[in-house]
Ligand binder design. Structure first.
Ligand code: S3P
Length: 178
C-alpha cells in the first residue's frame, strides 16, 4: 500500500498551500523538496540557480527526491520541475499517490507575480509568455506523472484539499492509517 501523497504541478498551482492543509487534515508531516534542498545546501533556490545553474539544481532535486520517496506517511510537496526527470516520478510512485495540481495560465501569473525573484525561471522580461511556453512543454510530463488531477483555479485551498481526500478514499491502494 502507498502511504505518501506527492503533490506535483506547475509553479503557482498551490502545491505548498494545499500541502499544508492536507498535512493538517490528515495529521501527517509535510516535506517540501525545495526546502530540503535549501537546508542541505545552505542557499536559497534563487541563489542555487544564480550561482550554480539549473543543472546543479536538478541534480540536487534528484537526490532530495530519492531520499524523500523512501519515506512513508508523508505529504511531499515537489518543485514544479520534478516531473522533468523521469527517475523522480519512478521513485515517488513506489510509495506515493501522485496528485497533479493544475490551474489556468492567468491564475498562475497572478499567483506567481507577487513573489519577485523567488522563482528564477520566471525572472524574464515576458513572464506570461514564459509561463505559457513552459506549461505547454511540461503538460505531458505532468499528465504522465499523475494518478489524480485536481484543478485549483477556482476552489479555495480547503476545498481543493477536501477534493483530494475524497479522491483518495475511492483510490485503492492508499493507506490512510499509516
Ligand atoms: C521550478 C519550480 C520551483 C522551484 C524551482 C524550479 C520549476 O518550485 O523548484 O524554482 O522548474 O518549475 P515551485 O513549483 O514550488 O515554485
Amino acid at each position: 500500500m502507498k502511504s505518501n501523497i506527492a503533490l506535483i504541478g506547475f509553479m503557482g498551482t498551490g502545491k505548498t498551500a494545499v500541502g499544508h492543509v492536507l498535512a493538517k487534515k490528515l495529521n501527517r508531516p509535510l516535506v517540501e523538496i525545495d526546502s530540503l534542498i535549501e537546508r542541505k545546501v545552505g542557499k536559497s533556490i534563487a541563489d542555487i540557480f544564480r550561482n550554480d545553474g539549473e543543472i546543479t539544481f536538478r541534480e540536487l532535486e534528484i537526490e532530495a527526491v530519492r531520499e524523500t520517496a523512501r519515506e512513508r506517511g508523508k505529504i511531499i510537496v515537489c518543485g514544479g520541475g520534478v516531473v522533468l526527470n523521469a527517475i523522480n516520478i519512478d521513485r515517488l510512485r513506489e510509495n506515493s499517490i501522485i496528485v497533479n495540481l493544475v490551474a489556468s495560465p492567468e491564475i498562475i501569473l497572478k499567483r506567481t507575480s507577487n513573489n519577485e525573484g523567488s522563482r528564477p525561471l520566471l525572472n524574464v522580461d515576458d513572464p506570461v509568455r514564459r509561463i505559457k511556453e513552459l506549461m505547454k512543454f511540461r503538460k505531458p510530463f505532468y499528465e504522465r506523472g499523475a494518478d489524480i488531477t485536481i484543478d485549483t483555479s477556482k476552489p479555495d485551498i480547503n476545498t481543493a484539499a477536501n477534493q483530494i481526500i475524497d479522491r483518495l478514499k475511492s483510490y485503492e491502494g492508499f493507506d490512510f492509517q499509516e
